[in-house]
Design a protein around this ligand. Structure first.
Ligand code: NCD
Ligand code: ZN
Length: 344
């Protein structure tokens, strides 16, 4: 049986929600990852360091005592985020970044940034203190085709942003296109990207295979095969600019299987297994450890985790549903098999 030992990994992009939902899902991540960058798109959003501290404690209260798990917190950037708030965040040892949602781009982004030229004082303070900006890179203009929103964002928003704030550390989150890969490769060392399992494993045909597939709907939306190939190549290239961020984003089943379903794929139950399968499929398992356990930590200035985990190439069945608050969610690969599994 094939096995793979790697340094304990980190998930550099994760949605945990709050309340009962949080309690029901956080241990799927804690079982796999030592640390995770926690997204702030709650209702209301996590706007201040004080709110992030409270949220961090809420998360820790739900983590099973068999796990040691460290939530790395983020704040939600708005048009009005002050330099003072940035300085407070930078002085804390638990706020690691600011998240930039273009207003209206995705789940709980309505209080996001309406124009990236508005929070200039915050961006300047971030440059000075070294706090990274995590970017949801899609324009929201309804005249732009949904499949083109990332590429247009690069031209209209990201390129000018990098020019105006050359020392700003930027994580281009959940990249999905060849254009994004090329942009990150051609940019300076401050610009890196996270990659999800779904954007390596699926293309947009998977949204329509035999019928409409709401559980494969996430934002940024799945792209064409050529884009998938570019993202797969970047993730498995051994380039430290690309690292693991699942974007696992749980939604209750009834909010996915409905006339206007939410965006988000829940993958936390088999995150590492999915990446292992994707890397294995093209003979790049030797590149998994650095992608999952080194490059992200290095970018955030964190020590590598101590200890190892073991992945085994042995198929197992994924349940049809997973508990979520007082309801259920439909996880990635529901009712199918995973070809790798994490040794418990
Ligand atoms: C995320 C969510 O549900 O919070 N959804 C998603 O499709 N990825 C928000 C986000 O990261 O865009
Ligand atoms: Zn996300």
């Amino acid at each position: 049986m094939q096995t793979l030992n790697i340094t304990k990994p980190d998930d550099l992009h994760l949605h945990l929600r709050d309340g009962a939902a949080l309690a029901s899902i956080v241990n799927h991540t804690a079982a796999q990852f030592t640390r995770a960058i926690i997204m702030p798109n709650l209702r209301p959003p996590v706007l201040t360091t004080a709110m992030a501290l409270e949220y961090k404690q809420q998360i820790l209260d739900c983590v099973d005592e068999q796990y040691s798990f460290e939530p790395l917190m983020t704040l939600y950037l708005t048009d009005n985020t002050s330099a003072e708030e940035i300085n407070t965040a930078a002085k804390s040892d638990f706020v690691k970044a600011l998240k930039y949602y273009p207003a209206g781009a995705t789940t709980n982004s309505d209080q996001g940034v309406t124009d990236i030229r508005k929070p200039t004082v915050a961006l300047e303070a971030m440059m000075e203190t070294g706090l990274p900006l995590l970017v949801h890179g899609e324009v929201t203009d309804n005249s732009v085709d949904v499949f083109d929103r990332e590429a247009v964002f690069i031209d209209k928003v990201l390129t000018p942003l990098v020019k105006d704030f050359p020392d700003l550390k930027i994580v281009f989150e959940h990249i999905t296109t060849r254009a994004a890969v090329d942009f990150v490769l051609s940019a300076n060392a401050n610009i890196v990207a996270t990659i999800t399992p779904q954007h390596i494993l699926l293309n947009r045909n998977d949204l329509f295979k035999g019928g409409l597939r709401p559980h494969n709907y996430c934002l940024p939306i799945l792209k064409a095969e050529d884009d998938r190939l570019a993202v797969q190549e970047a993730a498995t290239s051994g380039n430290a600019k690309f690292f693991l961020g699942t974007d696992s984003a749980p939604h209750e089943r009834k909010n996915k299987e409905t006339g206007c379903g939410c965006a988000g794929i829940f993958s936390a139950h088999i995150a590492l297994e999915l990446y292992a399968e994707a890397f294995d499929a093209i003979g790049k398992l030797d590149k998994l450890e650095a992608f999952a356990s080194h490059y992200g930590a290095d970018f955030y200035g964190l020590a590598h985790n101590e200890g190892q985990i073991t992945l085994i190439k042995e198929a197992f069945e994924i349940p049809e549903t997973i508990a979520f608050g007082d309801s259920v969610l439909v996880p990635f690969r529901a009712g199918e098999t995973s070809s790798w599994q994490l040794k418990k």
